[in-house]
Design a protein around this ligand. Structure first.
Ligand SMILES: [Fe+2]
Length: 148
Protein backbone atom coordinates (compact mmCIF):
# COMPACT_ATOMS: atom_id res chain seq x y z
CA UNK A 1 0.00 0.00 0.00
CA UNK A 2 1.27 3.49 -0.79
CA UNK A 3 2.58 5.54 2.15
CA UNK A 4 0.16 8.36 1.47
CA UNK A 5 0.44 11.24 3.94
CA UNK A 6 -2.95 10.48 5.40
CA UNK A 7 -2.17 6.84 6.26
CA UNK A 8 -1.76 5.97 9.93
CA UNK A 9 -1.49 2.22 9.66
CA UNK A 10 -2.71 -0.46 7.28
CA UNK A 11 -6.12 -0.60 8.96
CA UNK A 12 -6.63 3.05 9.86
CA UNK A 13 -6.90 6.07 7.59
CA UNK A 14 -6.76 9.54 9.02
CA UNK A 15 -9.62 11.63 7.68
CA UNK A 16 -8.82 15.06 6.25
CA UNK A 17 -11.55 16.34 8.57
CA UNK A 18 -9.59 15.16 11.63
CA UNK A 19 -6.38 16.81 10.42
CA UNK A 20 -8.30 20.02 9.70
CA UNK A 21 -9.93 20.05 13.15
CA UNK A 22 -6.64 19.35 14.93
CA UNK A 23 -5.05 22.20 13.00
CA UNK A 24 -7.92 24.50 13.97
CA UNK A 25 -7.38 23.55 17.64
CA UNK A 26 -3.62 24.08 17.27
CA UNK A 27 -4.11 27.52 15.70
CA UNK A 28 -6.48 28.42 18.55
CA UNK A 29 -3.89 27.35 21.16
CA UNK A 30 -1.23 29.50 19.49
CA UNK A 31 -3.65 32.41 19.47
CA UNK A 32 -4.53 31.79 23.15
CA UNK A 33 -0.86 31.73 24.12
CA UNK A 34 -0.28 35.10 22.43
CA UNK A 35 -3.47 36.56 23.94
CA UNK A 36 -2.65 35.48 27.51
CA UNK A 37 0.95 36.68 27.27
CA UNK A 38 -0.36 40.04 26.01
CA UNK A 39 -2.93 40.33 28.79
CA UNK A 40 -0.37 39.33 31.45
CA UNK A 41 1.74 42.26 30.31
CA UNK A 42 -1.05 44.84 29.95
CA UNK A 43 -3.48 44.14 32.79
CA UNK A 44 -3.76 47.27 34.97
CA UNK A 45 -4.98 48.05 38.45
CA UNK A 46 -5.17 46.08 41.68
CA UNK A 47 -6.21 42.91 39.84
CA UNK A 48 -2.82 42.87 38.12
CA UNK A 49 -1.43 41.25 41.28
CA UNK A 50 -3.24 37.97 40.70
CA UNK A 51 -4.20 38.23 37.04
CA UNK A 52 -0.65 38.55 35.70
CA UNK A 53 0.39 35.17 37.19
CA UNK A 54 -2.95 33.69 36.12
CA UNK A 55 -2.57 34.84 32.52
CA UNK A 56 1.05 33.67 32.47
CA UNK A 57 -0.03 30.22 33.62
CA UNK A 58 -2.73 30.12 30.95
CA UNK A 59 -0.16 31.14 28.30
CA UNK A 60 2.10 28.25 29.37
CA UNK A 61 -0.83 25.85 29.41
CA UNK A 62 -1.81 26.90 25.89
CA UNK A 63 1.75 26.29 24.69
CA UNK A 64 1.71 22.85 26.32
CA UNK A 65 -1.62 22.02 24.69
CA UNK A 66 -0.31 23.21 21.33
CA UNK A 67 2.63 20.81 21.70
CA UNK A 68 0.33 17.86 22.40
CA UNK A 69 -1.85 18.69 19.39
CA UNK A 70 1.23 19.14 17.20
CA UNK A 71 2.57 15.74 18.28
CA UNK A 72 -0.85 14.23 17.55
CA UNK A 73 -0.72 15.66 14.05
CA UNK A 74 2.75 14.20 13.53
CA UNK A 75 1.57 10.78 14.72
CA UNK A 76 -1.33 10.92 12.27
CA UNK A 77 0.86 11.93 9.37
CA UNK A 78 -0.63 15.42 9.10
CA UNK A 79 1.14 18.73 8.55
CA UNK A 80 0.74 21.11 11.50
CA UNK A 81 -0.10 24.76 10.87
CA UNK A 82 2.49 27.33 11.97
CA UNK A 83 0.27 30.42 12.06
CA UNK A 84 -2.02 31.29 14.93
CA UNK A 85 -5.79 31.47 14.42
CA UNK A 86 -6.87 34.58 12.52
CA UNK A 87 -9.44 35.69 15.10
CA UNK A 88 -8.37 39.11 16.37
CA UNK A 89 -6.76 39.46 19.80
CA UNK A 90 -8.52 42.42 21.37
CA UNK A 91 -6.07 44.85 22.95
CA UNK A 92 -7.21 46.25 26.29
CA UNK A 93 -5.87 47.11 29.73
CA UNK A 94 -9.23 46.42 31.36
CA UNK A 95 -9.30 43.16 33.30
CA UNK A 96 -13.04 42.64 32.83
CA UNK A 97 -12.67 42.78 29.04
CA UNK A 98 -9.69 40.42 29.29
CA UNK A 99 -11.71 37.90 31.29
CA UNK A 100 -14.55 38.10 28.78
CA UNK A 101 -12.11 37.47 25.94
CA UNK A 102 -10.52 34.63 27.91
CA UNK A 103 -13.90 32.99 28.50
CA UNK A 104 -14.79 33.23 24.80
CA UNK A 105 -11.41 31.78 23.85
CA UNK A 106 -11.70 28.86 26.29
CA UNK A 107 -15.25 28.07 25.17
CA UNK A 108 -14.15 28.01 21.54
CA UNK A 109 -11.23 25.70 22.37
CA UNK A 110 -13.48 23.43 24.41
CA UNK A 111 -15.89 23.18 21.48
CA UNK A 112 -13.01 22.48 19.10
CA UNK A 113 -11.81 19.54 21.24
CA UNK A 114 -15.34 18.24 21.64
CA UNK A 115 -15.49 18.06 17.85
CA UNK A 116 -12.19 16.19 17.63
CA UNK A 117 -12.74 13.41 20.19
CA UNK A 118 -15.38 11.42 18.23
CA UNK A 119 -12.96 11.31 15.27
CA UNK A 120 -10.27 9.73 17.48
CA UNK A 121 -12.32 6.68 18.45
CA UNK A 122 -10.08 3.62 18.09
CA UNK A 123 -6.89 5.62 18.69
CA UNK A 124 -6.82 5.09 22.47
CA UNK A 125 -3.57 6.87 23.24
CA UNK A 126 -4.33 9.93 21.12
CA UNK A 127 -7.91 9.99 22.38
CA UNK A 128 -6.69 10.11 25.99
CA UNK A 129 -4.21 12.91 25.27
CA UNK A 130 -6.86 15.09 23.63
CA UNK A 131 -9.43 14.23 26.31
CA UNK A 132 -7.03 15.52 28.98
CA UNK A 133 -6.84 18.83 27.11
CA UNK A 134 -10.63 18.95 26.82
CA UNK A 135 -10.93 18.48 30.60
CA UNK A 136 -8.47 21.34 31.14
CA UNK A 137 -10.48 23.64 28.83
CA UNK A 138 -13.68 22.73 30.66
CA UNK A 139 -12.02 23.54 33.98
CA UNK A 140 -10.85 26.89 32.62
CA UNK A 141 -14.37 27.76 31.47
CA UNK A 142 -15.80 26.85 34.89
CA UNK A 143 -13.11 28.86 36.67
CA UNK A 144 -13.69 31.95 34.52
CA UNK A 145 -17.45 31.75 34.97
CA UNK A 146 -16.92 31.79 38.73
CA UNK A 147 -14.66 34.83 38.82
CA UNK A 148 -16.75 36.93 36.41
FE1 LIG B 1 -5.81 24.88 25.78
Amino acid sequence: MDAAPTMVSSETTTSPELIEKLNDALAREMRAEAMYAHYAAYVKGIHRLHLTPYFEREASESAAHAQVVRNTLVRLGGVAVTQRHAQEIKHTTDYQTMLEQALKTEQQSRDAYRGILPLLEGEAELYDAIEQILFAEERSVEELLQVM
